[in-house]
Ligand binder design. Structure first.
Ligand SMILES: Cc1cc2nc3c(=O)[nH]c(=O)nc-3n(C[C@H](O)[C@H](O)[C@H](O)COP(=O)(O)O)c2cc1C
Length: 265
């Protein structure tokens, strides 16, 4: 945690309270817990003002962390999530429980869930803890973990595996296995975030591309034999199968591509 974030937190939490050492300790402890959480977490006072928010939450809201201190959660959330009723519930003391909401942000689908709990400081002052989760991201992480575990089978088949994120513009790669790395000469770090078409170099009007494009657009299985280029500039023939992956609601969240090295057409 950077020192300016810590000092913003201190001035926020201490400005209205008489700082008894035990109260200070309690808040510092809470803060340390919040910062180490893997979920987006924040503390609100009884009027719904953000006392503190961790770095994960700031990233979810795409707002610098220190700007969240002292902000109104309701106003902030209403602007982003566009559900006034959900935001009103989130800041209402003692209205505890879990609520979910699906919305669109920057052309991405977000499966938001908020777990709210009202607690009391030792001094009796009430505060509210919100744990904010983007379920879509969790599922994406789960899928990658599952694939990583089963990647030994793909290794045995000597097939390259690529997953692209269907919820982000231009479907960037989010995972490649080591066979793909060997086949293409690119490391995972070099390709994550890019669309797979970069492997075609300048040859973007190949015979099989229209049907592949069409399958991806219609969200069905597709097949193509493509001329691709390795990192060292050498050509290889890539027999590609792509399949959409749907979530429980039937929305296509990823595409899986399986690549086989072919010697020639
Ligand atoms: C999961 C997945 C894997 C893909 N793998 C490759 C690949 O290895 N090589 C390639 O040339 N194109 C690959 N593509 C196809 C391109 O990403 C792109 O869909 C294709 O070039 C047609 O779209 P475009 O006209 O926008 O380029 C893959 C697509 C998906 C969805």
């Amino acid at each position: 945690m950077s020192s300016h974030v810590r000092s913003a937190f201190r001035s926020m939490t201490l400005k209205k309270t008489v700082a008894r050492p035990e109260d200070l300790f309690e808040k510092e402890l809470l803060w340390a817990w919040l910062e180490s959480a893997q979920l987006g977490m924040c503390l609100l006072n009884a009027t719904g003002e953000l006392l503190s928010a961790n770095a994960v939450l700031a990233e979810q809201f795409a707002i610098p962390q220190e700007m969240l201190f002292g902000a109104s959660f309701e106003r902030l959330g209403k602007h982003i999530v566009a559900d006034a009723e959900l935001m009103k519930w989130a800041v209402t003391p003692d209205a505890d429980g879990k609520r979910s909401h699906v919305f669109q942000r920057d052309y991405k689908r977000v499966d938001l869930s908020i777990q709210a709990t009202t607690l009391r400081y030792h001094s009796g002052e009430r505060f509210r803890v919100l744990a904010v989760t983007d379920e879509t991201l969790l599922k994406r992480a789960q899928l990658i973990a599952d694939l990583d575990r089963s990647s030994r089978q793909w290794e045995a088949l000597n097939a390259g595996v690529v997953i692209s994120d269907a919820l982000r513009p231009d479907m960037p790669i989010i995972y490649v296995n080591s066979v793909f790395e060997r086949m293409s000469g690119y490391s995972a770090a070099e390709v994550v975030g890019r669309n797979c078409r970069f492997l075609q170099g300048a040859e973007t009007d190949q015979p099989d591309l229209p049907q592949l494009r069409d399958a991806i657009k219609r969200e069905v299985n597709g097949h193509a034999l493509l001329r691709n280029y390795r990192k060292d500039g050498s050509i290889f023939f890539n027999e590609l199968f792509v399949s959409p992956v749907r979530n429980d609601a039937g929305v296509v969240t990823q595409f899986i591509g399986v690549q086989h090295l072919r010697s020639s057409r």
